[in-house]
Ligand binder design. Structure first.
Ligand SMILES: Nc1ncnc2c1ncn2[C@@H]1O[C@H](COP(=O)(O)OP(=O)(O)OP(=O)(O)O)[C@@H](O)[C@H]1O
Ligand SMILES: Nc1nc2c(ncn2[C@@H]2O[C@H](COP(=O)(O)O)[C@@H](O)[C@H]2O)c(=O)[nH]1
Length: 199
């Protein structure tokens, strides 16, 4: 029997993807599993290697890409990011809903695969609010912030393409956005919960 459908969460940097997915993983322990990406960016304070990302050098990442280890990869804001086949397989082997937090290039590339996820776009209420949230997060240099805002503009334009996303959630009020996200995933969540009740 096929396992639960994976979920792609995409949207501009700072839109609230990690915040929302952490809320999901906390409320639904044993239902979701995070696809741990590889990146060449440096860890932020509090981030853990192997949990938030696999932090690697450009050389190691490129070698993995050349070997065919990645389902998709992209260059974003001066760093490389990618989803390895193993990251997804690890979650699917446990019969969990695999969540991928990826940028727009990743969405386009996943569309060419047979992964068949639910595509969800998390969007900020406005560019001004996005900038404020990114600045308040205090994780980016001015250069990185500007690159991310530029990418956000492009991202928000592309995300209007008909059929690209199954669900679009505007993250204004966090609790409301979380309710919408849970609503969109209810059917898959119930499938996993019923499956584990039988086991
Ligand atoms: N609804 C909200 N209202 C106010 N602040 C929010 C809201 N949602 C998220 N934030 C805050 O905005 C900042 C950006 O959120 P988060 O890090 O989850 O974004 P992200 O989409 O995962 O970004 P990135 O793609 O860069 O990882 C965080 O500091 C978070 O606490
Ligand atoms: N295409 C991919 N994009 C990814 C992947 N992992 C994360 N991301 C996206 O990168 C930006 C920046 O992330 P940050 O942690 O440096 O703020 C964000 O939009 C993520 O969604 C990946 O494996 N592939």
């Amino acid at each position: 029997m096929a396992g639960p459908r994976p979920v792609v969460l995409s949207g501009p940097s700072g839109a609230g993807k990690s915040t929302l997915l952490k809320m999901l993983m906390k409320e639904f322990e044993g239902v979701f599993g995070f696809s741990v990406s590889h990146t060449t960016r440096k860890p932020r304070p509090g981030e853990e290697n192997g949990k938030d990302y696999h932090y690697v050098s450009r050389e190691v990442m490129q070698a993995g890409i050349d070997k065919g280890d990645f389902i998709e990869n992209a260059e974003f804001s001066g760093n490389m990011y990618g989803t390895s086949k193993v990251a997804v397989q690890d979650v699917q082997a446990r019969n969990l809903i695999c969540i991928l937090d990826i940028d727009m290039q990743g969405v386009k590339n996943i569309k060419k695969t047979d992964l068949n996820p639910i595509y969800i776009s998390i969007q900020p209420p406005s560019m001004d609010i996005l900038e404020k949230r990114l600045r308040d997060r205090k994780t980016e240099s001015e250069e990185s912030l500007q690159k991310r805002l530029q990418a956000a503009n492009v991202d928000l334009q592309i995300s209007k393409e008909a059929g690209l996303f199954d669900v679009v959630i505007v993250n204004n009020d966090l609790e409301e956005a979380y309710r919408d996200l849970k609503g969109a995933l209810l059917e898959e969540i119930q499938k996993v919960q019923k499956g584990s009740a039988k086991a």
